[in-house]
Ligand binder design. Structure first.
Ligand code: NAD
Length: 253
């Protein structure tokens, strides 16, 4: 059911939260736009400016790697300045209250951890852009180190342990999904009684399969997004409003 006015949407959401014992939020880029991080598909979103660099291109081409890192450094002031918004803080309040055991996110911005979720309770489907990893052996690197090498040599660094390329710890198009995160997200979606899909256009698969899975396993499904999604038809409640406005009332003290 799509609710047209925000107040009754918030009321119905409050009732559903009160009735639920295990809530799993599933978040997309829309929860972080009020924190200054653009999403991908809205006007002015990242894709209207840059074509994504697929994984095989990153691996095959030094120019592609240099370009990927140039873009990442260009975004650094935005990621570094971002603080959790009302949506993040509301979910952190429900987590502290024991209603949310863990959160599944498509986001790579680390804002759920900053809002108070323990890192082990944030299931990151697309990785995390606040640090780097070797694509061969998985060794982690600070972005500061990558930037230092980039500036000193004019190009993207290779791993100090195995010489393979170093990439932000994110999942690019064409890169295998992280098995452990996919497994954990599947279990969480299957065993909750309320699933909240927040700020996702629900077009990026396989991540977009989780709301559907939760619904098929008996959970009630709520979609909070300011534009229609392909799963609105199967949702128990669709709140087509701003996320900060919708979740603001659930921020605890
Ligand atoms: P998306 O860009 O496809 O969809 C975001 C949705 O949020 C859109 O439908 C948009 O209309 C809606 N939205 C934006 N601001 C909103 C607001 N304030 N209130 C309500 N709705 C709002 O994002 P996605 O579904 O997460 O998929 C894109 C992929 O891009 C993700 O998998 C993620 O890895 C990556 N990404 C992450 C970030 C981040 O970490 N913050 C930012 C951009 C892209």
């Amino acid at each position: 059911m799509i609710v047209s006015d925000l107040r009754s949407g918030v009321e119905q959401l409050g009732d559903m939260i009160a009735a639920a014992s295990t809530i799993i939020p599933f978040t997309g880029a829309g929860i972080s736009t009020e924190c200054g991080i653009p999403d991908f598909r809205s006007p002015g979103g990242l894709w209207t400016r840059n074509r994504p660099i697929p994984f095989d291109e990153f691996v095959a081409s030094r120019d592609a790697r240099d370009e990927a890192w140039r873009r990442r450094f260009a975004m650094e002031p935005i990621f570094a300045a971002a603080r959790p918004g009302r949506g993040h803080r509301a979910l952190a309040s429900l987590y502290k209250a024991g209603k949310i055991p863990a959160i599944v996110t498509q986001n790579i911005d680390n804002l759920h951890q900053l809002s108070g979720f323990a890192a082990e309770h944030v299931v990151e489907l697309h990785g995390n852009t606040t640090y780097a990893r070797c694509i061969g052996c998985g060794k982690s690197f600070d972005l500061g180190w990558v930037k230092h090498i980039f500036e000193a040599t004019g190009g993207a660094p290779d791993c100090t342990a195995c010489d393979r390329p170093v990439k932000t710890a994110t999942i690019s198009f064409g890169q295998a999904m992280p098995e452990d995160a996919m497994h954990r997200a599947t279990e969480l979606a299957r065993h909750c009684d309320l699933f909240l899909a927040i700020g996702s256009s629900l077009v990026v698969w396989p991540a977009a399969g989780f709301p559907l899975l939760a619904k098929n396993c008996g959970a009630r499904l709520v979609i909070i997004n300011n534009e229609p999604t392909e799963q609105d038809d199967i949702a128990d409640l669709v709140i087509r409003h701003d996320i900060g406005e919708t979740l603001g009332p659930f921020v605890g003290n």
